[in-house]
Ligand binder design. Structure first.
Ligand code: SF4
Length: 373
């Protein structure tokens, strides 16, 4: 690989040997002013992975190529310090997506060689690639679209025929898997975590803001005891490890997002079954939350009834036609009760103050009477 490719694909196997050959110690990467640019770019990589896309450009400038290459190990250190499985998965996904854009422009020979680095044995045939079915299954199993099922593919003597676009897409999965597997890194020494602490704090803050962005918080703090019966029932099922029908899963997730729960809070609700798949669930929640441009709202009661999801209807349900309206009404009633309670308390306090005033007035009059006498 030349230096440009090394900067573009710093997770390729040969890059570690290249970085070692540069003689850059971990200590100098962390402390030396000479690597300030690498650290800044490493931080930027991580922040961009939160925002949605790691942007990569390419220049032939040697010092730029070096700092771009070294920014990757620094970003890895930061992600390791954050030590959050979900965050790691997100970072790996975004690095792999960023690589995909460049891989699409690469030559067939480069792609074949790049694939070999990930153990993919493939051949190029005119406009197509053919790869061993085991490699195909290994990297396509995490892609959800039905077209990726082996049964929907052309198979010739144990080899699967794919287009260049598909081959690159599988390389994206291979990259993601490699980056994910590179964590958890060996336990981070305390001096490194102390050095990274300010960066890590900033990343965590940024991540929190990003998570909130997906939730509509118009309702204020989330109050689960006010949820409509259908949603409470679904929540109880999820907590009990019962799998929800797709329509109910969608209704519950979109409802929770609408009342202001964050993506991660919802993800944690689903994290109860032994076969919990964080990545798939995260994808589904973010999809509903609008990660792909469409923000999905929860279905109305009529639709809930059509799919058999209107469960536990109560008296308030007769007055509303949408689960969100139920929640809104309950909030209104609760706040009204609170207000009433507050008014009553204030009234009582005013009454006490008046009595106190009266008592003081009486005492003053008595004292004045005695003085006159
Ligand atoms: S009437 Fe609407 S809010 Fe009430 S349980 Fe049915 S779907 Fe839920």
């Amino acid at each position: 690989m030349d230096e440009e490719h090394i900067a573009l694909y710093p997770f390729a196997s040969e890059v570690s040997a290249y970085v070692e050959s540069l003689g850059v110690s971990l200590e100098s990467l962390l402390n030396s002013p000479a690597f300030r640019r690498s650290r800044a770019r490493g931080m930027e990589r991580v922040m961009q992975s939160i925002e949605g896309e790691i942007e990569k450009s390419l220049t032939k400038d040697e010092s730029w190529l070096l700092s771009e290459t070294l920014s990757y190990p620094f970003a890895q250190i930061l992600v390791a310090c954050i030590d959050d499985q979900l965050f790691t998965k997100r970072y790996a996904l975004k690095e792999a997506e960023a690589a995909l854009k460049w891989l699409e422009k690469e030559s067939t020979d480069f792609l074949l060689e790049f694939g070999e680095d990930f153990g993919i044995q493939a051949e190029a045939e005119e406009l197509h690639f053919s790869m061993h079915f085991a490699d195909y299954i290994r990297f396509s199993s995490s892609i959800r679209e039905p077209i990726w099922k082996l049964t929907n593919r052309q198979l010739k003597s144990g080899m699967v025929v794919v287009t260049k676009k598909d081959f690159v897409r599988l390389l994206q999965e291979a990259i993601k898997e490699r980056i994910e597997k590179s964590f958890p890194a060996p336990k981070i020494p305390s001096e490194i975590s102390s050095f990274c602490a300010p960066y890590v704090a900033e990343i965590k803050d940024h991540f929190e803001i990003h998570k909130k962005k997906f939730g509509a918080t118009d309702f204020g703090a989330v109050e689960p005891e006010l949820f409509p019966p259908c949603i409470s029932h679904a929540l109880a099922n999820v907590q009990g490890g019962v799998n929800l029908a797709h329509s109910m899963r969608f209704a519950m997730t979109s409802f929770l997002l609408s009342v202001g729960m964050s993506v991660d809070e919802i993800l944690n609700l689903f994290n109860v079954s032994p076969d919990f798949d964080a990545e798939t669930t995260l994808y589904q929640i973010e999809h509903i939350a609008g990660a792909t441009g469409n923000i999905y709202k929860p279905p109305a009661c009529d639709t809930m009834r059509t799919y058999g999801n209107c469960i536990g209807r109560d008296r308030l349900c007769e007055k509303i036609n949408h689960p969100l309206a139920y929640y809104e009404k309950k909030l209104y009633l609760k706040n009204r009760e609170k207000e009433k309670g507050k008014e009553k308390q204030e009234e009582e306090e005013r009454g006490k103050e008046k009595q106190e005033e009266k008592r003081k007035g009486k005492t003053r009059r008595k004292v004045k009477g005695k003085e006159k006498a």
